[in-house]
Design a protein around this ligand. Sequence first.
Ligand SMILES: Nc1nc2c(ncn2[C@@H]2O[C@H](COP(=O)(O)OP(=O)(O)OP(=O)(O)O)[C@@H](O)[C@H]2O)c(=O)[nH]1
Ligand SMILES: [Mg+2]
Length: 421
Amino acid sequence: MNSSEVVKSRAILVGIAERGIDLPECERSLDELERLLDTAGGEAAYRVIQVKDSFDPRTCIGSGKVREISELCREECIGLVIFDFELTPAQIRNLEGDIGEDVTVIDRSMLILDIFALHATSGEGKLQVELAQLRYSAPRLMGHGTELSRLGGGIGTRGPGETKLESDRRHLKEKISILEHRLAEMENNRRVMRAQRDRSGLLKVALVGYTNAGKSTLLNALTGAGVISEDKLFATLDPTTRKYELPCGESILLTDTVGFIRKLPHHLVKAFKSTLDEVKYADVLLIVSDATDPEVTEHIEVTLSVIEELEASDKPVLFVYNKCDLLDSEGVLEPSEDSVFVSGKDGRGLDLLISKIEELLLKFKKSTNLLIPYSEQSLVSTLYSGYTVESVEYLADGVMVKVKLDEASRGRYKRYIVGGE
Ligand SMILES: Nc1nc2c(ncn2[C@@H]2O[C@H](COP(=O)(O)OP(=O)(O)OP(=O)(O)O)[C@@H](O)[C@H]2O)c(=O)[nH]1
Ligand SMILES: [Mg+2]
């Protein structure tokens, strides 16, 4: 049985490309799939690329390719085939039927979920992964019946919980609804925690960006948080928040988040909504990217599109180009108003990053004392509903409200402002 485990981790990767047009893009996507597989503990043995015009909806790839893969699997004792695009449960069953019963077919999303399962540490993270697997992977692996669970956690079949693949669909549905319920409770806790942080009135800054860009390394360099940073994709799954005191004396909250990747399917973004909400509720986004990566522009595009999907594109952003210690041409490192070149490793550029955050802070909320005459008392409840009210005092000449206001609101309520801000 042990030898079958070893064989299982060698895999054939299958990509799909429009004839002649996006072959390089397909190869790059497969390079990334190979890195994902490596992170999951597997090894890519072969690549097969299907040209799109012979697309067959039954199996996604043509019958010639199916035969080619099937023969390769048999000759080379390969037990895993990974498709770089999403497959439906029916396509997986058809492919497994055609390629050979002892071969497991998974897709890119299932592989990503597998890595998430390996890297989830918090209860909430594990729960999100398990739920996503039950919704996505389990129906796709159903056809395996008891066979897979007997083999035990190979790539694409691992779960943080006991995802029993032999469970029937009814059982699956029940389990999903139990987990949804538990997750909803946890989300509620997170909301309470977020509200507490909001009351602190501190500026919330989130580190976002492509996986492996160096977000965790930056958080560690700035705050000594001790978050795991590794040369692996999706090293971070659970968000970590640390307080950071700026040289000006004000503090901010800095949050490290899960990385993004191209072809991150909508349902995965949705599954990790609870942790990704950290991005949605941040005041400022630091879009971290690996300046040495030839695909840095595409990585930023992917990041921006996920930010849009999270409905967070209205936030001020700062582009942080990381890993500059590896760049030799100093000439390209011209920072602009909204970008800065840094190294989380040797610390260069961090002082500039910090001063840019300080500039942004000035545009943000400040504690402000407003003296509201009793004749306009209804304004107090307006303030309560829209802002963080820190204290209220009833004085002889009106209500003194201490409230966090941004610059625009300070302009709006200017005539009530008393004393220094
Ligand atoms: N040379 C160099 N390497 C860096 C720098 N920043 C990060 N790295 C390396 O890049 C790899 C990824 O760093 P992480 O901080 O884990 O990246 P991340 O963005 O948090 O990645 P995920 O959590 O997987 O999304 C690690 O091997 C780091 O040591 C840097 O400034 N220079
Ligand atoms: Mg990380």
